[in-house]
Design a protein around this ligand. Structure first.
Ligand code: NAD
Length: 456
């Protein structure tokens, strides 16, 4: 079923900016307890219409398990942030500075209008991951989700309309990259999640406009499998980390470096496990992995597979694009005899592909893991202390040890994206809310005497 939307006119956008900025003044002045109450109202309204969201997202993405998870995660995220924000904003009481007669008060001043631009691979989660702390910090937010998965925006708008206190501080706008670029010229801070190529443009435009940009971009995560690894467990974790969401995750495991002494065993265990994974077709719950959501991505996956196979990669399972029910599908694809002359080992593929390369030493594994422009995350499997020492040498912001993709589940730890995978403060961890305000201090002289450092 086709779905179309009209991109906003300049007039529409101007009125969104105006109402967002106006409403933000009251939003921030009313204080943190008020904002928490309203976000809790939003949570209830959201939960009561979650079926509509699930239907819209499942229609656009062709998958159900991941959709349910990403819809369910937002209320949990609202609760988590409400708890954190209460503690964080609780105390602006005056206290003494290091000079006894000067009192000080620490305040926070939120950015007025925050823009969020998000991708199609996990549309709902990534539209809200930065918006929730920004709202609690006291900002007004305009979210522009990807034009490839637009259907869920209407139910989101209906939910926000039912909580009238939110309707001007949380706005959604449909549109493609042109709308994103227009938004960038008006907001005071931008949170962008998407590809490295677009992220670089966004970063440049933000620099021109002199606004902070938090860029969360692509990845080419490596997994390293040591001799000491539990191969069964490593294979299960890597398979999940690589093919869940059909590999369409920034933090997918996209390449594996396995010590040569356990290479053959690992390859055969992984291939056997990959054989058991089925396509979620003809029904969305027929199997574990859904279709490729964006046709552009299918072309990239096909190009990377062709390039690898033409250069000698051996396909143990999968290896081609299948067409079913009007969609493009890729079975979990296990490749051996791969090397770094192949795009599949160096460029982001964003599909359920697991190329496995044999390495003869830990140093070689580290060298190849770092032989990339990306630095998002990664994984190491093996005896804990050795795995940790290797993890510290990988140039990426989050490493799972004896597991994969833990940053998709845990929000506790802070992490930065290294190299071209991003820019700006951590989006994870409690302090990430500080991205949305400036700190301000008031110093008050409480002394009736002249300061000793003044001219006499
Ligand atoms: P994309 O860069 O093509 O588009 C992302 C968003 O940017 C869309 O909303 C798009 O309309 C908008 N856009 C396009 N041109 C723009 C411009 N000039 N100015 C402003 N906005 C513009 O990315 P995509 O294909 O939608 O998403 C897939 C990419 O996202 C992958 O590279 C993936 O790794 C990355 N990603 C990163 C993370 C992370 O947290 N690091 C999470 C999910 C996805």
């Amino acid at each position: 079923m086709d779905y179309t939307f009209d991109p906003p006119s300049n007039h529409d956008l101007s009125s969104m900016y105006r109402s967002g900025r106006n409403a933000q003044k009251v939003w921030t002045e009313n204080g943190i307890d008020y904002r928490i109450d309203i976000l809790q109202k939003w949570k209830k309204a959201y939960e009561s219409r979650s079926d509509e969201l699930i239907n819209a997202l499942a229609t656009d993405t062709g998958r159900i398990h991941e959709t349910i998870l990403e819809v369910e995660t937002i209320p949990k995220s609202i609760d988590r942030w409400c708890d954190i924000a209460k503690e964080l904003f609780g105390n602006s009481e005056p206290k003494l500075s290091s000079i006894p007669f000067i009192a000080m008060e620490q305040h926070t001043v939120p950015y007025s209008l925050v823009g969020v631009i998000s991708p199609w691979n996990v549309p709902n989660l990534l539209a809200h991951i930065d918006a929730i702390p920004a709202l609690l910090a006291g900002s007004s937010v305009i979210i522009k989700p990807s034009e490839f998965t637009p259907r869920f925006v209407e139910p989101l708008q209906h939910i926000v309309e039912s909580v009238h206190e939110l309707s001007d501080v949380l706005q959604y706008v449909q549109g493609d990259g042109n709308t994103g670029a227009l938004l960038l010229d008006e907001v005071d801070l931008i949170c962008f999640t998407g590809s490295v190529a677009t992220g670089k443009k966004v970063g440049q435009q933000a620099a021109k406009n002199f606004i902070p940009a938090f860029l969360e971009l692509g990845g080419k995560d490596a997994a390293i499998v040591l001799e000491s690894a539990n191969l069964e467990k490593a294979a299960s974790a890597i398979l999940w980390g690589s093919v869940v969401n059909a590999g369409q995750s920034c933090l997918s495991i996209e390449r594996v470096y396995c010590m040569e002494s356990v290479y053959n065993s690992f390859l055969s265990i992984l291939t056997e496990k990959a054989n058991a994974i089925q396509l979620a077709y003809p029904e969305m719950d027929s199997g574990q992995i859904g279709p490729i959501i964006s046709p552009n991505q299918t072309e990239i996956i096909e190009l990377h597979l062709e390039d690898a196979i033409s250069k000698g990669a051996h396909v143990h399972r999968g290896g081609s694009i299948e067409h079913h029910g009007g969609g493009d599908w890729v079975r979990p694809t296990v490749l051996s005899q791969v090397n770094h002359s192949m795009k599949i080992m160096t460029e982001e593929t964003f599909g359920p592909i697991i190329p496995i390369m044999s390495v003869s030493s830990q140093d070689e594994a580290i060298h190849y893991a770092n032989d990339t422009e990306y630095g998002l995350s990664g994984a190491v499997f093996g005896e804990e202390s050795v795995a940790k020492s290797i993890a510290k040498k990988i140039e990426a912001g989050a490493i799972s040890i004896n597991d994969a993709g833990l940053t998709s589940i845990l929000y506790d730890g802070e992490k930065n994206s290294f190299k071209s995978s991003g820019l700006g403060g951590s989006r994870m961890g409690p302090t990430s809310i500080q991205r949305f305000f400036r700190k301000k201090v008031l110093y008050t002289n409480t002394n009736s005497q002249n300061d000793p450092w003044w001219f006499n």
